[in-house]
Unconditional design. Structure first.
Length: 48
């Protein structure tokens, strides 16, 4: 039972991450000025 729940949770997290990445990639193609600041901060976030 918990295994099914874990798979469901992992799938939800994966879907959220995929949507988030797609949003970032889309924004990189059409960057607003605040996104440039965000992408500068992104390397520091991903190292943590």
């Amino acid at each position: 039972m918990t295994n099914i729940k874990n798979k469901k949770t992992a799938w939800i997290e994966f879907t959220i991450q995929a949507a988030f990445l797609r949003e970032i990639l889309h924004s990189l193609n059409h960057p607003p000025s605040d996104l440039k600041l965000f992408t500068k901060g992104l390397p520091q976030i991903s190292k943590q």
